[in-house]
Design a protein around this ligand. Structure first.
Ligand code: KG4
Ligand code: ZN
Length: 335
């Protein structure tokens, strides 16, 4: 019971991923990213599910090959039940159910947001319970008090756009390719973060709001480019640095408030935006000041991946938390 072999599938958005975990260790984590969405400047759900159909079997085969695991050896099949895009979730879910049925093995339904948080347990250093996790991705922004692998409480979240969307949408206004977050991050490194000032979307309590930033940037750019058509081009690094600074301020203001009120000194970052170099550096500085311990998983385990689904599946396996063949995807699955 203690060293199961788990095959995990992640297909909630636009990354098709399979991982194999043996006795709590990740042996393989294969991710096929979908390039097809770039030309549309955002994820097109119908194209995402079609691409999952094309990628899934080769990705699973590759993960099993790298892990040197035969299908007969698999003890359980874990998959992302939600939240995510319905069509995308259906492809991974149907595959997992069929495979588990054919193998006669149990099925484990995993919550994608829980998996982002439990990615911290893939490798050392691991936080101990309880800790505070800021999950920042293209679809979510949540402040979560993590009491155990199965007990988590969302104490703050975005009331509109996610932090990743704030990066991607403002980057689009600056003419950067999709997804804009990493491009904006790179350009921000040489810019002045205090040159332009935009509204910080920290609400009462621990909630976030990013739609005001996008609108403020849109109106500001309209006004400036009406006077100088080359304004964006001539001020790109400062614009990126100032936008990034505003997003980081918003995130860290709420994180600080929550950590202080909840008396938590272990602070973790999860989700794709945890890759942002400015956020990582600012959090490390803040942690030095506050005496916090900071946890940020390797980039591979921050963006969407099946290793985090396998890790969560492992905890659920140990708790005997299995799903029936009647389980269905839930695009709005709650934590
Ligand atoms: O977790 P993730 O891979 O997918 C979702 O579940 O959404 O996160 C993707 C998001 C995108 O919005 C992307 O622009 C953002 O993470 N991102 C970044 C950086 N790398 C990825 N945002 C800012 N700076 C980065 N370096
Ligand atoms: Zn995600």
């Amino acid at each position: 019971m203690s060293s199961p072999i788990i095959l995990a599938i992640e297909s909630s958005c636009d990354d098709t991923s399979a991982a194999v975990m043996v006795g709590g260790e990740i042996r393989a984590n294969v991710v096929a990213t979908q390039q097809v969405h770039e030309q549309y400047g955002g994820v097109v759900p119908e194209l995402a599910s079609r691409a999952h159909q094309q990628h899934l079997i080769p990705v699973v085969q590759e993960a099993m090959r790298r892990a040197k695991v035969a299908k007969e050896e698999i003890d359980a099949v874990a998959f992302t039940q939600g939240p995510g895009l319905l069509g995308s979730l259906l492809v991974g879910g149907m595959f997992a159910k069929t495979f588990a049925l054919a193998l006669g093995k149990p099925l484990i339904a995993v919550n994608h947001m829980r998996a982002h948080i439990l990615a911290h347990f893939i490798k050392d250093p691991k936080p101990s319970f309880p800790f505070l996790c800021l999950t920042v991705s293209g679809g979510h922004t949540q402040l979560v008090v993590v009491r155990s692998p199965m007990h988590m409480e969302i104490i703050g979240q975005t009331i509109d756009d996610a932090a990743g969307e704030a990066f991607d949408k403002t980057a689009k206004l600056l003419g950067l390719p999709y997804p804009g977050g990493p491009h904006l991050d790179k350009l921000a490194r040489t810019g002045n973060p205090l040159r332009f000032s935009f509204p910080v979307g920290a609400m009462a309590g621990y909630d976030f709001s990013f739609s005001g930033l996008k609108t403020a940037v849109l109106y500001f750019l309209r006004q400036q480019t009406a006077q100088d058509a080359a304004f964006i081009q001539n001020n790109l690094a400062d614009l990126c640095a100032s936008i990034q600074h505003t997003i980081i301020q918003t995130l860290l203001r709420q994180l600080t408030r929550a950590a202080t009120d909840q008396e938590l000194t272990q602070v973790a970052l999860a989700g794709g935006v945890a890759a942002n170099s400015g956020l990582r550096a600012a959090l490390q500085d803040l942690a030095g000041e506050k005496g916090w311990q900071v946890f940020i998983p390797d980039f591979e385990f921050c963006t969407d991946n099946a290793a985090m689904v396998a890790m969560t599946g492992h905890f659920q396996y140990e708790a005997g938390d299995f799903a029936s063949q009647l389980v269905s995807p839930d695009p709005r699955l709650k934590l």
